[in-house]
Design a protein around this ligand. Structure first.
Ligand code: NCD
Ligand code: ZN
Length: 342
């Protein structure tokens, strides 16, 4: 296959930050995707409907003229987010709340310390049809970093699922065979996003020829057996799995640092990276369902109308982009990709 045309895809997990950074990163996403689920882990986090509306307006102001792009807004679940905010969130068009276990990742200090503290809010969400998006890792220091997702399933997700049988839950950016199997076996209220980088790389990428901070993200890349399980899930045609880049911009100097930030910037070439992963699995025919249908269907939103086209063509990813005074390095900077959006 030399060319593939898809219904316009959506990104069901994206970080765009705030302020000037929006003018660098929002156009990259808007060039490829019709909609994106905007993560609320700003400093301070987005915890009210009013804040979400203000943030949405700032994102829209960074969309280039003539481009159609809809940010889908989320709130950050905390121990104290009041249940009555859910009604206001629904009215404001907020589609989901994000659960970060406290301390799990970038800007997650305000995250949930004990799920039981959020039960009234989760009940209101279940009632209003607002989704719960889950960063599925336990944070306890005695659990090995590479086991945190698998332990989360047993200790947190399975009990949560039982207590809220009709709450739609997206297990975000899954990275393990255990997570893929759990979602595959779960009921129709459970879905999962998968990033391009977790389909393309295993944990060796972080250490090849020296430590490579641009391959460091959370949940961290896992062993090859897990990557293969994710590729299998993404290309299986199952409607439970859909595209979520988890593109997470950080200034290059804060990633190339003694205590480097977690996050891979993939928004600039997201569909090209996914096409490469699906092509390698000989499954380009499954890309449209994963990228353009399954997520919209799970969220109960209409599928997009337009199309995008990818062509088989070697091209080099730019070395970096200006990010205010700093630089932003995309994943695969200076490397050659085999697919290009026309
Ligand atoms: C994200 C970020 O930088 O905001 N980082 C990451 O490695 N994915 C946070 C997150 O989604 O975990
Ligand atoms: Zn994320």
């Amino acid at each position: 296959m030399q060319e593939i045309t898809l219904t316009q895809p959506d990104d069901w997990h994206l970080h765009v930050r705030d302020g000037d950074v929006l003018h660098t990163v929002v156009p990259h996403t808007a060039a490829q995707f019709g909609r994106a689920i905007i993560m609320p882990n700003l400093k301070p986090p987005v915890t009210t409907a009013a804040q979400a509306l203000g943030y949405k307006a700032r994102i829209l102001a960074a969309v280039p003229k003539g481009v159609n792009f809809e940010p889908l807004m989320t709130l950050y679940l905390t121990d104290n987010l009041p249940a009555d905010e859910i009604r206001r969130a629904k009215d404001a068009g907020v589609v989901a709340l994000k659960l970060y276990p406290a301390g799990a990742t970038t800007n997650s200090d305000a995250g949930v310390t004990d799920l039981r503290k959020t039960y009234q809010t989760l009940e209101a969400m279940q009632r209003e049809g607002i989704l719960l998006l889950v960063h599925g890792e336990v944070t306890s220091p005695d659990i090995d970093l590479f086991d945190r997702e698998a332990v989360f399933i047993d200790n947190q997700l399975i009990p949560l699922r039982k207590d809220f049988p009709e709450l739609k839950i997206v297990f975000e950016h899954i990275t393990t065979k255990e997570a893929a199997q759990y979602v595959q076996g779960a009921d129709a209220y459970t879905g999962a996003t998968i990033t391009a980088h977790h389909l393309l790389y295993n944990r060796n990428a972080i250490f090849t020829g020296g430590i490579r901070p641009h391959y460091y993200c959370l949940p961290v890349l896992k062993r090859e057996t897990h990557r293969l399980a994710l590729v299998q899930a993404a290309t299986s045609g199952s409607r439970k799995f859909f595209l979520g880049t988890d593109s997470a911009p950080h200034p290059a100097h804060l990633k190339e640092h003694a205590s480097g930030c977690a996050g891979c910037y993939t928004a600039f070439s997201a569909m090209e990276l996914y096409a490469q992963a699906f092509d390698a699995a000989d499954a380009l025919d499954k890309l449209e369902g994963f990228a353009s249908f399954h997520g919209a269907d799970f969220y109960g939103l209409p599928r997009n109308q337009g199309t995008i086209t990818l062509r088989r063509e070697a091209w080099a990813v730019p070395d970096s982009f200006a990010l205010g005074e700093a630089r932003l390095k995309p994943l695969c900077a200076d490397e050659t990709l085999q697919w290009r959006m026309t």
